[in-house]
Design a protein around this ligand. Sequence first.
Ligand SMILES: Nc1ncnc2c1ncn2[C@@H]1O[C@H](COP(=O)(O)OP(=O)(O)OP(=O)(O)O)[C@@H](O)[C@H]1O
Ligand SMILES: [Mg+2]
Length: 603
Amino acid sequence: MTQAWCGVAAEDLDTIDTTTGLRLAARSRRLLGSLLRPQLCRVRAVLGLIVTNQLALLAGPLLIAVVIDRGIPAALQGRPSALAWCIAGYTVTGAVEALTVGAFLRLSGQIGADLLLDLRERMFAQIQRLSLAFHERYTSGRVISRLTSDLDSLQEMLDEELDGFFVSLLSVLGIGAMLMVLDAPLGLLALAGFIPLGLLTRWYLRHSQHTYRVTRTRIAQVIVHFVETMNGIRAVQAFRRQRRNSSIMDGLSASFADAETEALRLTARFTSAGGLVGSVSVAVILLLGGLRVLAGSLTLGVLAAFVLYLRRFYDPLDELARCADSYSSAVAALEKISGVLEEHPTLSDPSQPVALPVPVRGEVVFDQVRFSYGGPDVLPHLDLVIPAGQTVALVGATGAGKSTVAKLLARFYDPVAGAVRLDGVDLRSVADADLRRAVVILTQESFLFSGSVADNIALGLPSASRAKVVAAAQAVGADDFITALPDGYDTDVCKRGTRLSAGQRQLVSFARALLANPAVLVLDEATSSLDIPAEQAVQAALATVLAGRTALIIAHRLSTVLVADRVLVLADGAVIEDGPPAQLITTPGTFAALHTAWCTALA
Ligand SMILES: Nc1ncnc2c1ncn2[C@@H]1O[C@H](COP(=O)(O)OP(=O)(O)OP(=O)(O)O)[C@@H](O)[C@H]1O
Ligand SMILES: [Mg+2]
């Protein structure tokens, strides 16, 4: 069942033992409690309305019994007032019942909607708060399935079944009590039907919860595969992976359908067995009650009321079965959602932040830094001092650890040992907002949000005026292509910036960085998509962007590297060469060899 390729089965379903089950249940209960607490007043009001409604419902058959046994005989003897009172009473209870049903349905609907809103907001905030380490492990598809299918399953329960549950429970309890009052021996007989029903419900809940866990995990796998295919649609089409992806999807969908069928089969068995218990009980009571009426120890009115109640007694049991079903499904969803909500960001904002000097100078120190992503060390021991204002180019073979150095400097991860310091302050002690102002990282991805080009540039400094936005774009040479767009700076970049080329997106993100004006700028292959003329334009712009700040540039191109004051060659997480580019070129070594290769490629 574990599908390693999409990393979904974090909690292997076949191995969920009792302890894990209890832990999951406790986690879901905590979440449900915290969601319900603010709604407590309204929940109480709903319960009050349901109780009133049930009392009104209960009174009906009782009044009918009185009409048959007393009202009609009295009316026949010329005393119609009792009959009139009973009929009036019946009308009033009918009206109360109708009014309370409307009120509690409305109110419980509102509670459900507010609860889901609260949960959705919490989930989204949590997902934005969680560190990169979580997202690299959890995959976007799983996050999406938490936010969609799991929330839907909760919604289904809240919308349809929550009030149904209370109504049914109360009516079973009320009718049970009424049966006992009407006739204790027959009442006990009816209640005896609960013993097989209780056993049946226990059996069902135990099995259905497992089944629904499987269902939730399988639908998550379907969504993960869907999201992966959509995100990689270019690669899918370029490498003609459609057939393979379809067959994976077919397999996943089929196993989801199997899990759903299994859940439905369980529900079907449960419902029909419950119905059977109900019918047998009614038949037995009719038989015994009829015999007693014949023997004269029971009035006809009481037997009629009894049978009327009995029908209402077993009907809610069907409803309870449906509740149990959506409850199991919702609990499985709650388990998953509460798992995400209880994740802690691995990088927490310091409780007592240390202020950076004003203005930030930008001196960066890697002090005996050791780092791993959980496996072997990627950076076994890194010591590095970058004086304020220096531009450093980081080069090295693929997988050498360059991006890792960049991610540590931007504090997407914390070192396992040692510290990264900015102006002498450990990054772990810097408030997140200060850190993001002081250090900006640009990657090859150059992510653009939907909105206008101007909005995307202003991301660097939301308060910036249009003039400043334009000035930043001009400084990096992006102004020409932006003004040529249909609506200039107001052009919507559309989903993920598909209307802009990769190079244009990079220029926009350059302008964004220039506007943000950080003390430290990290460029991770941020110039790799620029063509040669654009790159030459950017070399000039780069000088503007880099002036007056510390910069770490990771580039695979000679021209970008030569802008730097200093080159560091990284191999297996360690610095093996360090010096100004001009000096390294003349000293035999990795960089000199790289330089020769670059020159040959250019020639
Ligand atoms: N999120 C991650 N989880 C686990 N291992 C990772 C992760 N990111 C990178 N690594 C591993 O860490 C090592 C260094 O990766 P890094 O991305 O720093 O290399 P790089 O020098 O930037 O390479 P490239 O030039 O190809 O971008 C590699 O062996 C890589 O497999
Ligand atoms: Mg890299």
